[in-house]
Design a protein around this ligand. Structure first.
Ligand code: ARG
Length: 272
């Protein structure tokens, strides 16, 4: 599977030509290349986006159509930006915990994964402006009486490995006697563990929890009030020239109302 690196310098274009014309890697759908290929600057190259497609409505694998295509809010944004900038788009799916290492190893040009631009991550990657805000919630089976973080004492709490929710859970565990962490790679696994009773609760962002709650009526959630909004931004390898280009298009998407439309499409009216 090829993962091509974005190179801004024109001198590098010749070197890239072979790679650019070859078949696409796993995870990319025909739709991605068509969408970007139509643009006036088509032929500029391919951008590889890495994501963790376990996070509807940001990104998930569409199993309904049989195409296994990765779809979601982030994907729509990425497609639009790639098209505007004249690139084709290739999407590669991996565990959330592997996304920043993939950028550092230049195995991807950018990451969109509902990722929050934390100070710690900023040591290793650059971020675009924030394009969406959400909140943290505790998700748990209705049979567990949980009204807030104080009730997590003595409970096992699932979180996605490498996420800010894991960081938050670690902080809570320090001041909550008997609270244990269960870090897992995929949100689906967390939901399965909750349903089977192997964990008592999980910390998941509200917009993502909403979808899982709708499909699993035995689960419910409560917001963690003291935690501020959890923003999402695009991540890039340090000093990538794409950061400013993405910010420009993100700004245009905000002012044209397109971002609002996509938010309504994926999070429902009034979600923001
Ligand atoms: N916003 C949180 C973070 O940055 C969670 C993101 C998880 N994303 C995903 N695609 N699973 O840590």
């Amino acid at each position: 599977m090829k993962r091509r690196r974005f190179l801004a310098s024109t001198a590098a274009v010749a070197l890239l030509t072979v790679g650019l014309t070859s078949a696409c890697g796993g995870g990319q759908s025909a739709g991605d290349s068509e969408a970007a290929g139509d643009s006036e600057a088509a032929g500029k190259g391919t951008l590889t986006m890495a994501t963790s497609a376990d996070y509807p409505p940001y990104e998930s694998v569409d199993t309904t159509s049989g195409s296994e295509e990765i779809v979601g809010f982030d994907v729509d944004i990425a497609r639009h930006i790639a098209k505007e900038l004249g690139y084709e788009l290739e999407i590669t799916n991996m565990d959330f915990n592997g996304l920043i290492p993939a950028l550092q190893a230049d195995r991807a040009d950018f990451v969109m994964a509902g990722m929050t631009p934390t100070e710690e991550r900023k040591q290793n990657v650059d971020f675009s402006d924030i394009y969406y805000d959400a909140k943290q919630t505790i998700v748990f089976p209705k049979s567990n009486a949980i009204t807030g973080p104080d009730d997590l004492g003595g409970k096992t709490v699932g979180v996605q490995l490498g996420s800010i929710q894991e960081g938050l859970a670690k902080d809570l565990a320090e001041k909550t006697p008997g609270m244990k962490l269960s870090p897992l790679n995929r949100i689906n696994e967390i939901v399965q563990e909750l349903k089977s009773g192997r964990i008592d609760a999980a910390i998941i962002e509200d917009t993502v929890a909403k979808g899982f709650l709708a499909n699993n009526p035995e689960l419910t959630s409560v917001e963690i009030p003291e935690e501020g909004p959890v923003g999402s931004a695009v991540a890039f390898p340090k000093d990538s020239e794409l950061t400013s280009e993405f910010n420009r298009v993100l700004g245009e998407m905000e002012s044209s109302g397109m971002m609002e439309e996509l938010i309504n499409k994926w999070f429902g009216d009034g979600a923001k």
